[in-house]
Structures are given as structure tokens and as C-alpha cells.
Design a binder for this molecule. Structure first.
Ligand code: ADP
Ligand code: MG
Ligand code: MG
Length: 907
């Protein structure tokens, strides 16, 4: 039973783990091991594997039997390397107990520092370091973290808002500082701290009902249990859901000997990025705090000092940089930066601590970055030959393109508006919204359809749900490397931190600045790229196309094998889509002209046609309608100049167009020469109980062949005329809502008749075009082999196919889908992400059967899934020729198709 290895050691220049063991050791543990192997100074420690976490949850929160002995053996190794002993009275070792999942979840789980301090070890550590202030500072931190993480959170105690033990202790700390007139934690004296820790322990006992543990080993196991427990903490669960990280993965636990950044002025702690994570600039970027421990920087409590001259900004320029304050250490750190970047061939996010002038590395991981930074870094590293073209393409996530093309505050408006305040540009782009002051309100207001900016005093990972819901985040304190800033950046969310001029009161729900007051519900605009906050709503513009983006997309286009088309219904849409790189139109909806601007006249004629009582009446109306239909089709074919244009015949149920207003009905009756009663009677006749499955699509064409006739004539005439003008065109006639080959044959007969007439009238021998169908009914997918005898192409309409496969009405999922997602009845909304198990199977089968009949059958998708990265990957894997999506998603689909080809190569 004990053949599993549950504990991996690192330190002293070697390690049992490696960076590619992330699944087992978590990202943090794997990379600590890797750094140790590279000979980079890492405090010794060991990693308890994610398998133990899985075991823990599968066995009623208990550990494998061998774990205790394994941990104690690993601890012994650490003691040997460090020359200290855990729990020893003379020469005590202190450790941190750190969480670390496979994929990084910054600040979402727990870490406890200074474990092992107790009445037995305190005097020894004071004697050894000669620094009582430091020891009591470390002890008060241990009490604060341990009582919060182990004694409260892990014990499942849920205090009232603001009454958490950590907040209570924080307030006690602030009171002491205030009464003594201290500006920072670093001003607290040894005596202050000594008094404080006694009061802390008393408060912990009062509030939580248990004594603060005064035994090193008890603290260690308490910490380990709490870290495993934090995998299922609220924050971690929310973050996993948002990021799509599986619950089964589990976290590892890292136990690592402490190094101290709080031993005085030659000690410090910091966080850095090997390149700027907001812009991508190839400059070492970071923040540090003298005489402090790591969590002071990452928790966003203080505005930290700049790492170097490159990192200075309005908030920190008066503070000394590490480059000037500790030049030698800085040089060593810069050297490690270069090594890590070369080794990992990617931007790293690192944590370090300096203990009495000596540098220690505590973490490295691939850094989160904005879309802009991702693009710039990929292209820079390609130019530096650090990575190749394929790696560069993989460096930008398709979803990040969304952000690259996202709106920014109109610079013209910014010129004429005075900013309320300036903070640090932590997350990119622009955002306007109503101010709310806590995460719950952000979620509730957003659910109610409002657009909100979440304003907080400091960034805090507890707010993760609210941060997600808000369009922008604004804080008064905190630095660029704080966890919350990191998370916002990873999501490409507009975020400004450390806007110190704002006096934010989250209890009173006010912001005071410059004699003005902003209340809950007032509107603010954030420029997250520059860190500027404005009162009121400023206009936004699209981010301008930059040449790097064009180069990057060219790399992607060279790799992908699947074409990308767009869904466009007008010549204007078509033009936009071509700019975004569309290679054709996958869905042109004829009914588009009956909605929106300029639709009045064609819509009236359409209504006449619908309300016709006889074929003759209907034909007269269709003749009137013809020039409108033809005009749009012809102009669009012309814009697309030879690229394929799939034109779908009329799809929606007719009753959708029946007017409800009585004046409109009267006007219509008059135009048709019938009385209102007759019109109302005809309207009632059109009523359907379930129109989505009613008289629509091809069914209209079968019952009213003249409607099909008119549309096909418009298409073929346009094509013939343009060809005669020397222009290239390629129309594809697509019949919707087909379930049977016979339906398609029925319509083909009409198409053939019209074709002959058009050729004759236009005096041409042929009009190049294709005749095909949408596959959106399960029966069509199942009988695709038959249907392909007639259809020259298939276009999967996965919106309807999803509706009919799940039996979910797309318009009514609001009633249950949120619960389904919450309760994990379904992993994702199938209307957003194509469900590979069901709809995907139908698509696969449809393609196989279709191509068995007609090898080389052209196949695409025109549902909304065509612009969603995971669905695009699926379309690639099942051998589609193209995907089609809305114009703005075309770049996303192009990149997703390139990723798909790299990850699943296809000939
Ligand atoms: P997170 O994943 O939330 O960043 P970490 O485990 O990295 O949590 O720890 C939080 C902070 O404590 C970091 O700044 C880290 O560098 C610091 N820290 C962790 N372990 C040690 C240690 N052994 N010595 C000194 N600082 C530490
Ligand atoms: Mg960390
Ligand atoms: Mg449909």
C-alpha cells in the first residue's frame, strides 16, 4: 500500500521534483523544485502531492497512513540542510505552509507563515537573532494568519461581515498604530508587539473558543489541513468555476523553511515580473517592501516601492527603488530574471525575499498578462528567437483577442475632461458603470441588468465574484502585483488600483475626492490602460488596429487549415468582416431586411404577401418585394468579390411578421383591399402554438413555392448580372430547417426552373452557384447520407441543432440554466460551448455520412458556436472546411483555428 510517494523534497541545490510534474506537485512545488535544480537559491522544503488532497477528500478528510512518517522524514532533511530544528528551544526552524494547485490560483487558497513559533521556540530565536522585534513581528503575523486560516476558515466558522478574526486583529493593530501615531507596521516597537501578541491570543480565545496552539508540530498539521481545506473554500471554488479548473485536481501543500524579510533594513520582500505584464515591454518590472514579509506585497495592503527606475510611477516615485537601495542584491536578482526567462522561454512572475542582504527565491510561475502584453511578448520573443512561430501563436489565447479589440476611453473626450484621480493601470481598456462598494452588490446589481464598477479600499481575493461581475474595478490602495490586480489582468478586466487620492468609505458607501462626493449608483469611467478615473460617462472607441496584431494574425493564418467566414446580412457588415479577415459569408439571412433601419417599406410589402388570400395576391406582393431582396443580395455579392456567400432562404415563421398594432393592421387591410375583420381572421389563422417547430423554413417553400422562386431568382439574377459586368461572384443557396431529402428535392425543382429562366433572360450559358442545406434538425444529421445526394454543401446550424438535441428552448433557458450551471447538472451552457457528446456526435455523424455519399462535400458551421474557441477546435477536429461567426469574432475564430491545427494537426 505504501508504494505511493507522497512527499517530494527540495533545497540544498537539488530536488526530487521537476517543472513538468505540475499535476502531482502543483505549479508552485514543481517550480520550486526546478529552481532548486537550477542552483537558484531556494529555502529548503518539501511538497505534499495533490494525490494526498484527492485522498483527503475521498477519505473523510483523513490522510494516508504513511503520510505522517513521510512528512517527518522530509522535515528532518530540511533541518539538516538548514542546520536548525523544528520546535527546538535553542535553534528553531520555522516554516511556511503554502498551497499550490496545478494551475495558479493567485490568492485563492491559504498560506501560513512563521509556523513553529511558540513559547518554547521564541526565546531561542531571539537569542539567536538578537532581534526581539523581528521575532514578535513574526509571531503576531503567525497569530493573525493561523487564527484566520486554520482556526476560523478551515473550522468552517462563518463570522458576520467585518467580524472575521483577521479583521478584528487588524483593527486592534490599527488602533495601536493610531494611538502611537505610527505611519506603518514597521514603526511598531518590540514592546508594542509583545503587548499586542498577548492581546491577540486573548481575543482569539474569546472569539473562537480555543487556545492558540502553543506547539510547533500541532501548528504544522493544523496548517497542512487548512491548506487542503482551502481547496474547497468559497473563493477557490468561485475562481475554479470562472476559470474552468476541475474540482478533482486538488492542491498540493508546500512546507518550506522560512526566510525573513522583516529582520530590519537590510531585509525585504518583493514580487516581480520578468517583463511588464500590462504592456509586454521587455523591462524587469516589480515592487518591494523593506522590512516586511511576503504577504504585505501580495495582499495589496500597502503601496509598495518600485523595484527599479523602469517601475516608477506617480504613486511610488518618491520611494527608493531596490536598484538604488540594495544595488548588489538587485544585480543578482536581475541575473536570476534572465536565467529564468531563458529557461522557461516565457515571462515569469516571481516572489523573492531578502534576509539580511541575502537573496532567496520563493516562487516562479508563468505570469498572467493582458492581451496586449501577450501579443507584444509573443512577437518580441519570436524576434529574440526565444520561441518559434507556433509557440508565439499559442501565447495569445483567442479570448484575449476579444480584449485587444475591446473599447478604450475616447482620447478626445479625455483631453477635455479632468480626471478625478490617478491610480495604477492594473487591468486594460475602458469601462463606465455605476459605483458599488462590495462584491455582493456588484453581483446583485449586475444580475439586475446594471453595469457596475466595484470600488474597494484595497484589492482582496475574497471579492473574486464581484470582480468578475463588475465591468471595472477601482481601489484606493494596493500595488500592481497584488493578487487582485493579477486576477483582473488575467481576465483582461479594466482595473485601477492604488488611487490614493480617493477617500473611500465602503461602509458609508461614499468616495470623497477634492471636495466632491460620489455615492453608490453614481457613474464613473475608468481608463485602465492609463490609470485615470473620471466622474460620469465618457465615450468609448475601438482599440486601433496595430501593425503587430496584423503580423501576429498572419502567423496564425499561415498555420490554420480551416477557413473562417462571417455571418453578415448587409453589404456594410460584409465590408467590416473583410477587414477582420473573413474569407466568405457563411450565413446571409434574407429576412434581415425586414428588421431595423430602412425596413419599413420592405416589411410592409412582406406583410402584404403574408396576408395574401390567394396565390395571385401573393405573387403580386412578391413582385413588389423582389427589387428589395435583390438589391441587398447583389450589393453583398459584389462586396465579397468572388468569396463564397451562403444565402439562406426565408427561415422564420410568418406569423412573426404579423403586425399587432391596430393602425398598422388597418393600413394593411386597405392596401390589400379587404376589411379589417378579414385581415384579423387571416392573422388568427397564422397563429401557431409552437412557432419554432411550426410553419417555417423549407416548409414555407414547399407550401408557397412562389416565395422560393422569388428568392432564387433574386440570387441568380444578381450573380448573372455581376458576372456579365466582369465581377467574380460565388453564391451558395441554402435551404433551412430541412429534415428530409425530399424537401430539398422539392425545392431543387423550383431552383432548376428559375435557373433555366434566368440563363435565358440574361443570355448566359451558366451561373456558377452551389445548392445546399442547413443541417439543424437531428433527422437531417442522421439521414445526411441521403441528403448529400442532393445537397452540394452542408452548413451546421448548431443553435437549432442544440435546441432540438437537448429539447431546450433557447429563449426559455433563463428559467433553469443558471441553476443547472450552479448545481453542475451541466458543465457549460451548450448554446455557448458546443456539446461534443451530443450535438458534436450528430455533427460528426452527419459529416461522415454526407461525405460517404459525396466525397469532398463542403461543410461548415453557421451557429454562434463558430466564434467560440473550444467549438472551433471541435469543428477543426471533425474536418469542417470552415466556421462562420459574427464579424467581431472573426479574429478569435482565426486564432482558435490556428491553435486547433497546432494541437490537433490535420492534413
Ligand atoms: P500565494 O500563492 O497566495 O501567493 P504563497 O504561498 O506564495 O501564497 O505565499 C504568500 C506570501 O508569503 C508570498 O509573498 C510568499 O513569497 C511568502 N512566503 C511563502 N513562503 C515563504 C517562506 N518560506 N519564507 C518567506 N516568505 C514566504
Ligand atoms: Mg505566491
Ligand atoms: Mg435555424
Amino acid at each position: 500500500m505504501s508504494d505511493s510517494k507522497y512527499v517530494y523534497s527540495f533545497g540544498g541545490g537539488t530536488a526530487e521534483g521537476r517543472t513538468d510534474m505540475k499535476n502531482l506537485l502543483g505549479g508552485k512545488g514543481a517550480n520550486l523544485a526546478e529552481m532548486a535544480n537550477l542552483g537558484i537559491p531556494v529555502p529548503a522544503g518539501f511538497t505534499i502531492t495533490t494525490e494526498v488532497c484527492t485522498y483527503y477528500y475521498e477519505h473523510d478528510q483523513t490522510y494516508p497512513a504513511q503520510l505522517e512518517a513521510d512528512v517527518m522524514a522530509a522535515l528532518k532533511k530540511v533541518e539538516e540542510i538548514m542546520g536548525t530544528r523544528f520546535g527546538d528551544a535553542e535553534n528553531p526552524l520555522l516554516v511556511s505552509v503554502r498551497s499550490g494547485a496545478r494551475s495558479s490560483m493567485p490568492g485563492m487558497m491559504e498560506t501560513v507563515l512563521n509556523v513553529g513559533l511558540c513559547s518554547k521556540t521564541i526565546p531561542g530565536l531571539i537569542a539567536k537573532t538578537g532581534n526581539g522585534r523581528f521575532v514578535y513581528d513574526a509571531y503576531r503575523r503567525l497569530i493573525m494568519m493561523y487564527s484566520d486560516v486554520v482556526m476560523e476558515k478551515a473550522a468552517g466558522i462563518e463570522p458576520a461581515e467585518g467580524q472575521g478574526i483577521r479583521q478584528q486583529l487588524d483593527r486592534m493593530l490599527s488602533e495601536v498604530k493610531k494611538s502611537k501615531g505610527y505611519a506603518s507596521d514597521a514603526d511598531l516597537s518590540e514592546d508594542d508587539l509583545k503587548v499586542l501578541v498577548e492581546r491577540f491570543k486573548k481575543r482569539v480565545h474569546e472569539v473562537l473558543g480555543t487556545e492558540f496552539p502553543d506547539d510547533a508540530v500541532e501548528q504544522l498539521w493544523g496548517g497542512i489541513g487548512a491548506v487542503f481545506g482551502s481547496w474547497n473554500g468559497r473563493r477557490a471554488v468561485s475562481y475554479r468555476r470562472i476559470e474552468g479548473i476541475p474540482d478533482e485536481w486538488g492542491t498540493a501543500v508546500n512546507v518550506q523553511s522560512m526566510v525573513f524579510g522583516n529582520m530590519g533594513d537590510t531585509s525585504a520582500t518583493g514580487v516581480a515580473f520578468t517583463r511588464n505584464p500590462a504592456t509586454g515591454d521587455n523591462r524587469f518590472y516589480g515592487e518591494w517592501l523593506p522590512n516586511a514579509q511576503g504577504e504585505d506585497v501580495v495582499a495589496g495592503i500597502r503601496t509598495p516601492n518600485p523595484l527599479n527606475e523602469d517601475t516608477k510611477n506617480d504613486q511610488n516615485e518618491h520611494l527608493p527603488s531596490l536598484q538604488t537601495a540594495m544595488a548588489d542584491v538587485y544585480t543578482q536578482l536581475a541575473g536570476i530574471r534572465d536565467r529564468l526567462e531563458q529557461h522557461y522561454a516565457d515571462m515569469q512572475d516571481i516572489e523573492f525575499t531578502i534576509q539580511e542582504g541575502r537573496l532567496w527565491m520563493l516562487q516562479t510561475r508563468v505570469g498572467k498578462r493582458t492581451g496586449t502584453a501577450a501579443l507584444n511578448m509573443a512577437m518580441d520573443m519570436l524576434a529574440e528567437k526565444m520561441i518559434d512561430g507556433r509557440a508565439a501563436v499559442l501565447r495569445v489565447k483567442p479570448s484575449q483577442l476579444d480584449e485587444l479589440l475591446h473599447p478604450v476611453v475616447d482620447p478626445a473626450a479625455e483631453k477635455t475632461t479632468k480626471a478625478l484621480a490617478k491610480g495604477l493601470p492594473a487591468g486594460p481598456g475602458g469601462a463606465s458603470g455605476q459605483v458599488v462598494f462590495n462584491a455582493d452588490d456588484a453581483v446583485a446589481w449586475t444580475k439586475a441588468g446594471k453595469t457596475v464598477i466595484l470600488v474597494r479600499e484595497e484589492t482582496n481575493p475574497e471579492d473574486v465574484e464581484g470582480m468578475r461581475a463588475a465591468v471595472g474595478i477601482l481601489t484606493g490602495r494596493g500595488g500592481m502585483t497584488s493578487h487582485a490586480a493579477l486576477v483582473a489582468r488575467g481576465w483582461g478586466k479594466c482595473c485601477i488600483v492604488g488611487a490614493g487620492a480617493l477617500d473611500i468609505d465602503v461602509v458609508a458607501k461614499t468616495i470623497k475626492v477634492d471636495g466632491q462626493q460620489i455615492n453608490e449608483g453614481d457613474i464613473l469611467t475608468l481608463n485602465g490602460t492609463r490609470g485615470l478615473v473620471y466622474a460620469g460617462e465618457l465615450p468609448m472607441i475601438d482599440a486601433t488596429e496595430n501593425p503587430r496584431f496584423v503580423d501576429f494574425m498572419k502567423l496564425a493564418d499561415d498555420i490554420r487549415v480551416m477557413k473562417v467566414r462571417t455571418n453578415a446580412d448587409s453589404p456594410d457588415d460584409a465590408r467590416t468582416a473583410i477587414e477582420f479577415g473573413a474569407e466568405g459569408i457563411g450565413l446571409f439571412r434574407t429576412e434581415h431586411m425586414f428588421y431595423g433601419i430602412g425596413s419599413e417599406q420592405p416589411l410592409f410589402i412582406l406583410r402584404k404577401m403574408i396576408m395574401s388570400g390567394s396565390e395571385a395576391e401573393r405573387r403580386a406582393a412578391l413582385d413588389e418585394l423582389f427589387p428589395f431582396v435583390k438589391k441587398d443580395i447583389k450589393a453583398t455579392l459584389e462586396v465579397m468579390s468572388g468569396r463564397p456567400v451562403t444565402i439562406r432562404l426565408l427561415d422564420p415563421p410568418l406569423h412573426e411578421f404579423v403586425p399587432n398594432r391596430s393602425e398598422e393592421r388597418a393600413r394593411l387591410a386597405k392596401a390589400l383591399g379587404i376589411d379589417l375583420d378579414e385581415l384579423n381572421r387571416r392573422a388568427d389563422d397564422l397563429h401557431e402554438a409552437n412557432p419554432m417547430m411550426g410553419h417555417r423554413g423549407v416548409r414555407l417553400g414547399v407550401t408557397f413555392p412562389e416565395i422560393t422562386e422569388m428568392q432564387i431568382r433574386a440570387i441568380l439574377e444578381s450573380a448573372a448580372e455581376l458576372t456579365k459586368e466582369g465581377k467574380k461572384v460565388l453564391p451558395e443557396i441554402m435551404v433551412p430547417v430541412v429534415g428530409m431529402k425530399a424537401e430539398l428535392d422539392n425545392q431543387l425543382k423550383i431552383a432548376k426552373k428559375v435557373y433555366d429562366e434566368v440563363c435565358k433572360a440574361q443570355g448566359v450559358d451558366a451561373v456558377e452557384h452551389l445548392y445546399g442545406t442547413m443541417i439543424e434538425i437531428p433527422r437531417a444529421a442522421l439521414t445526411a447520407g441521403e441528403i448529400a445526394k442532393t445537397a452540394q454543401f452542408f452548413s451546421f446550424g448548431t443553435n437549432d441543432l442544440t435546441q432540438m438535441t437537448f429539447g431546450f428552448s433557447r429563449d426559455d433557458i433563463g428559467g433553469f440554466m443558471p441553476d443547472y450551471l450552479d448545481r453542475k447538472v451541466i458543465p457549460a451552457d451548450p448554446f455557448q460551448i458546443l456539446d461534443r457528446d451530443s450535438v458534436g456526435e450528430l455533427v460528426k455523424l452527419g459529416i461522415e455520412r454526407g461525405r460517404a455519399t459525396r466525397p469532398g462535400l463542403k461543410v461548415g458551421i453557421c451557429g454562434e458556436h463558430g466564434g467560440e474557441p473550444s467549438s472551433v477546435e471541435f469543428c477543426h477536429m471533425v474536418g469542417m472546411d470552415y466556421v462562420s461567426c459574427s464579424p467581431f469574432r472573426v479574429p478569435i475564430a482565426r486564432l482558435a483555428a490556428a491553435h486547433a491545427q497546432i494541437n490537433h494537426p490535420r492534413g
